[in-house]
Every structure is written in structure tokens, then in C-alpha cells.
Design a protein around this ligand. Structure first.
Ligand SMILES: Cc1cc2nc3c(=O)[nH]c(=O)nc-3n(C[C@H](O)[C@H](O)[C@H](O)COP(=O)(O)OP(=O)(O)OC[C@H]3O[C@@H](n4cnc5c(N)ncnc54)[C@H](O)[C@@H]3O)c2cc1C
Length: 463
């Protein structure tokens, strides 16, 4: 009997998490192929820090990740699925026969607020940086951050607003900041505690909140708003501002052979990731019709699908249902905030936590069970031998309220100590200080990723 053939389409969060999970659960039984058009995995969540020059982008070669997990990598895109013939057809015309196909190709990020700067990740960082330049020159004095209805993921908008406020204060520029959202409370999908924490951060940062309103369009210095159930159609509600920054809405990419539902053309699945009506085809991540689009959830969907595929391959594994737990690490311009919640989706108990201290380990922005420890170790963060992400309880009394006074001084002290240790050729000590910085900030400042690699090499020579 040959091995169970698994094709994973997509080299993003869900695709890689599935690859790692399947390697862990059924490596003896499966033969995996990873299909993705790009050569590298680039972590998008830290892209909000790029316009502020707070850190260098991190990327990881897909071929190497596949090799380390006994999978083949093909640098091609999935063009269509032939469910009857059980074949995945690539854009190069290649046909890959599968026993299980996992589609994790993400979504297209569509603009939803005409006239706004839509921030979709690294590709929009230069435009946002230009906006920061205009603030510095005093040419922009008011900005509205706008959350469209059906936004893909709200966190980056809050991060950009808080980071912009911190930067304006550093520059000594007075800036009128607004955040417009159809949510009833800020980041309300994280529940009451997290909302209260984020609200206090926004108040301290001087960001005016306009909740219950969705942005429609930005024209002639006015961001027009809609409350979704407007009775007085003639009444125009608007926020006057110089610029508007928005986040995108998700749209499912064209993929013949797969069912798609709703106005956003997303793929319907059950809670094991099985695509409705198709045998042996699974989907995970943003492309599915699950309403919240987030990396941590994409990874949890991938874990559920991987467990079902491993069981189908004959591994001694009980398929695990997708039970969403939201873990969000909010970059604030000062100390990050860790948020954790079981959202209210009618699937079980609802919970909400916010803390200044780490709520899961390693403290990654994308909290994938296998992916977070793996990428952290690859980037040089010491993860010991632990292969899976673990939840951590916050210390008593840490409610995550208020900006942290003295945070920057502590980070500075840790960096100075790292440099001092390196000067004394105590490279292990220097690496431990960098771990402290990453726990405090979620990322390392520019140049320190490279320093960490150099110090690791030197620490190895000293052993
Ligand atoms: C600015 C920003 C900040 C964010 N911050 C956070 C955060 O803090 N925490 C968090 O958890 N989430 C965050 N997210 C959301 C998170 O990035 C996404 O939810 C997550 O990446 C979705 O994973 P995915 O695997 O479904 O899709 P993606 O990660 O987008 O991966 C899809 C992959 O499929 C590939 N692909 C595309 N078409 C094809 C094809 N035809 N065939 C094969 N491969 C294909 C793509 O190249 C890509 O590699 C953020 C998103 C943005 C934009």
C-alpha cells in the first residue's frame, strides 16, 4: 500500500500549520506536497510596524520548511480542483492526484472605502510611511481610521491608530485622531474585558471613538458614515478629516471546482474543515466562510482539518472539532496588550481576558499551535524543546489597563544589557536579553534579527 497522498495548496498560516500538524500526527502514513506560487512565507501581522521602522520584516523559505517536514514543495498556484478525478490542477497544467486536498489559499483583500488608504500589509507600508512624513511636515493634522462593515480583521486598524498617536506625540505634532467602526465596543469580538482595555488605551492616546457607524466613502475632506439602519436617509453624518485609513474586506479568489457562498464568495466547510459536498477536499483559513478572518483561527481550522486527514490516513488520531479561541497581541506603540477570548458564536462558553503580560507562549502575533513555536525557533527565539503553543495565566490583578509607564526604558535597558553581554563575549547572555525584548515588544528592533543570528553562531563556537 502506498502512502496517503496529501496536497496542501497555500503557503500561508493555514497551509503551514496543516503541514506541521500532519507531520506531527501522521508522518509515517502521508506523502505531502505543498503547492504555493511564492517562495517565501512572510508574516503579515508585523507589517503594521513597518511604516514606523520599528522592526525588519521576517520571511521564511517555503522549500526549506517543506523539506524539514518531509514534504515536496512546488512553486505553482492551484488553478482548479477536479473532485471526481481527485486531482488538483496547477497553473502550469500539472495534475496532482490526491487522497486529501487542503485548500488554504487565503483571500483577496478588497478596498471598501473609496478615497481611503487601505492597509493590506507590507505592500501598503510605503504609502502609510508617506502619510507619517506628511504628519511630520505638519501637512496633515487629522486622520480617521475606518473599519468597513465585513472587515477582514479589525486588530490592525486599532494598532495603526495607536502607533500613529504615539508617533505624533514623539514628533510633538498635535493630531486629531478618530476611529470609526460599526462595532458596538472596540474590538468587541474579544469580549467585554478586552474592549474595556482597548477603550482605555484609545482614550489615553487621544483617539475619538465613533462606534455603531460604518464608513461609506471619503470625499472632499469628509468621511461619510452609515449606521446600517438609517431612517433619515437625507441626514448625512460625516467626520471631517484630512486623511482616512481603512482595512480591507475579504473576497474569495476564483477557483473552479469548489463551492462558494455569500457575497464574499467564500468556501463553506464543516467544523473538521471538510468542504461541503466534496469527498476528500478540506479548506482552512481566510478562504472559508467562517465569519472571523484571523491567523490564529486559520491555524486552528488547519489543526482540525489535519486531524481529520490524519485519521483518514489511518493514523491513531481522533479528529478534533474546530473550537475557536481568539488570541490577539495588540501593538500599541508602548507595551503590547495580550487579548484572549472564546467568542460568542453560539458554540460554547464566552470568555474575555486582557493583560499586559504574555497570555500564551511563545508570544507570537499569529498563535498557531505548531507554527508559532516552529517559526519562533527558526527566527532564533529560544523555545526549548516545546513543540506546541501553550496558554499562560496572567498574574493576579493584570487587567491590561492603561499605557505602561516606563516601558520604553525597560526595553532600552534590555537592549543595552544585550549589547554589553555581547561585548563581554557572553553570547548566551546576550540572546537571553533579546528574548526579554521580544517578550516585551513582540518583535526585535531593526538590525537585531541579524545580530541574533550572528550571536547564535558565536554562542555555538563558544560551547
Ligand atoms: C495587516 C494585517 C495584520 C494582521 N494581524 C494579525 C494578527 O495580529 N494576528 C492574527 O492572528 N492575524 C492577523 N492578521 C490576519 C492573518 O494574516 C490572516 O488571517 C492569515 O494570514 C490567514 O491565513 P491563510 O493561510 O488563510 O491565508 P494567507 O496567510 O493569506 O495565505 C494564503 C497563501 O496562499 C497562497 N496562494 C494564493 N493563491 C494560491 C493558489 N491559487 N494556489 C496556491 N497557493 C495560493 C498565497 O500566496 C499565500 O501564501 C492580519 C492581517 C493583516 C492583513
Amino acid at each position: 500500500m502506498g502512502r496517503f497522498r496529501v496536497v496542501i495548496a497555500g503557503g500561508g498560516v493555514a497551509g503551514l500549520e496543516a503541514l506541521l500538524a500532519l507531520h506531527e500526527l501522521a508522518s509515517e502514513r502521508v506523502e505531502m506536497t505543498l503547492l504555493a506560487p511564492q517562495q517565501e512565507f512572510v508574516s503579515r501581522p508585523l507589517s503594521v510596524a513597518e511604516p514606523f521602522d520599528l522592526t525588519d520584516p521576517r520571511s521564511f523559505p517555503l522549500g526549506e520548511i517543506a523539506r524539514e517536514h518531509d514534504a515536496r514543495f512546488r512553486g505553482e498556484a492551484l488553478a482548479r480542483v477536479d473532485p471526481e478525478g481527485r486531482k488538483a490542477v496547477s497553473t502550469d497544467g500539472g495534475e496532482l492526484e490526491y487522497d486529501a486536498l487542503l485548500v488554504a489559499i487565503g483571500v483577496d483583500a478588497a478596498e471598501a472605502v473609496p478615497g481611503a488608504l487601505t492597509f493590506r500589509g507590507s505592500r501598503d507600508a510605503p504609502r502609510f510611511k508617506a502619510l507619517l512624513g506628511e504628519i511630520e511636515q505638519g501637512r496633515v493634522s487629522s486622520i480617521a481610521f475606518a473599519m468597513p462593515r465585513d472587515a477582514a480583521w479589525p486588530l490592525p486598524l486599532y494598532e495603526l491608530a495607536l502607533l500613529t498617536s504615539a508617533r505624533a506625540r514623539e514628533l510633538g505634532r498635535a493630531l486629531d485622531l478618530h476611529l470609526v467602526s460599526p462595532e458596538s465596543q472596540p474590538l468587541n469580538l474579544f469580549g467585554a474585558r478586552a474592549s474595556a482595555s482597548v477603550k482605555s488605551l484609545l482614550e489615553e492616546a487621544g483617539v475619538a471613538l465613533h462606534l455603531g457607524w460604518a464608513p461609506v466613502a471619503f470625499e472632499a475632506g469628509a468621511l461619510q458614515l452609515d449606521d446600517g439602519a438609517k431612517l433619515e436617509r437625507d441626514r448625512v453624518v460625516a467626520v471631517q478629516c484630512d486623511r482616512v485609513v481603512a482595512v480591507p474586506v475579504p473576497v474569495g479568489p476564483e477557483l473552479p471546482g469548489l463551492p462558494r457562498v455569500g457575497p464574499r464568495k467564500l468556501v463553506p466547510t464543516d467544523r473538521y474543515g471538510t468542504v461541503e459536498g466534496l469527498d476528500g477536499v478540506y479548506a482552512a483559513g481566510d478562504i472559508t466562510s467562517f465569519p472571523i478572518k484571523q491567523g490564529g483561527l486559520a491555524a486552528q481550522q488547519a489543526d482540525a482539518a489535519a486531524s481529520a486527514i490524519a485519521a483518514a490516513a489511518g493514523a491513531p488520531v481522533t479528529p478534533q472539532l474546530f473550537r475557536p479561541v481568539l488570541r490577539g497581541a495588540l501593538i500599541t506603540g508602548h507595551a503590547p496588550r495580550f487579548l484572549r477570548a472564546q467568542p460568542d458564536l453560539g458554540l460554547g462558553p464566552v470568555s474575555s481576558e486582557a493583560a499586559r503580560s504574555v497570555l500564551w507562549w511563545p508570544p507570537a502575533k499569529v498563535a498557531g499551535r505548531y507554527l508559532a513555536p516552529y517559526l519562533a525557533a527558526k527566527a532564533g527565539y529560544p523555545t526549548s524543546k516545546r513543540k506546541q503553543l501553550v496558554d499562560v495565566e496572567p498574574p493576579y490583578g493584570d487587567e491590561g489597563r492603561g499605557l505602561s509607564a516606563g516601558h520604553e526604558d525597560v526595553v532600552e535597558l534590555a537592549l543595552t544589557s544585550a549589547e554589553a553581554s555581547a561585548r563581554w563575549r557572553d553570547f548566551k547572555g546576550a540572546l537571553r536579553w533579546l528574548e526579554v525584548v521580544e517578550d516585551l515588544e513582540l518583535y526585535l528592533p531593526p538590525d537585531y534579527e541579524q545580530k541574533r543570528i550572528n550571536w547564535q553562531g558565536l554562542a555555538g563556537q563558544n560551547d
